[in-house]
Design a protein around this ligand. Structure first.
Ligand code: THU
Length: 157
């Protein structure tokens, strides 16, 4: 028998400690929250994907009366990014959220399992790490890659 421990690597930073590019992406994710349509949860999420052609693509969660038809901010942004810029590769994604009070969440939220899997697909396509920046009002987490957030991932068959 063999036991293994898989570590999760994160950097916790303040907004002022980010690079200018990271700050721009966090700003875009915060702005993207405006596009959220969340009449059921009242939890508003924005995501911004930075592509290697310099484009920043925004997305926000879209809810539906038929609940499973809803889509998270991350996949809205990721699918729009690839659908509109199929030749471009992902470099980073930032995520921000506001709760029902309308204030930004203090602690960063992180992508659900389905979004991690979807983002991993574009990281694999890019052939390099896609940085994941999770913005909260108290602090910001930076994960070096999508795969770091999805150990033992399923990537091929
Ligand atoms: N949501 C996202 O858009 N991204 C996340 O990372 C977590 C959750 C959305 C889904 C749903 O519309 C609402 O937030 C509450 O779960």
């Amino acid at each position: 028998m063999r036991h293994e421990t898989i570590k999760l690597e994160l950097t916790a930073a303040g907004y002022d400690e980010l690079t200018e590019r990271e700050r721009l992406l966090v700003d875009a994710a915060r702005a993207a929250v405006e596009g959220s349509y969340a009449p059921y949860s009242n939890f508003h999420v924005g995501a911004a994907v930075l592509l290697d052609n310099g484009e920043i693509v925004k997305g926000a969660n879209q809810e539906n009366a038929a609940t499973p038809s809803s889509l998270c901010a991350e996949r809205t942004a990721a699918y729009w990014a690839h659908a509109n810029f199929p030749a471009a590769r992902f470099e980073a994604i930032a995520i921000a959220a506001r709760d029902a009070s309308g204030r930004e969440v203090e602690a960063p939220i992180s992508p659900c399992g389905a979004c991690r899997q979807a983002l991993l697909q574009y990281e694999t396509l890019a052939g390099r790490d896609v940085k994941v920046i999770l913005a909260g009002s108290r602090e910001i987490y930076i994960a070096p890659s999508v795969k770091s957030l999805l150990p033992l991932a399923f990537t091929e068959f």
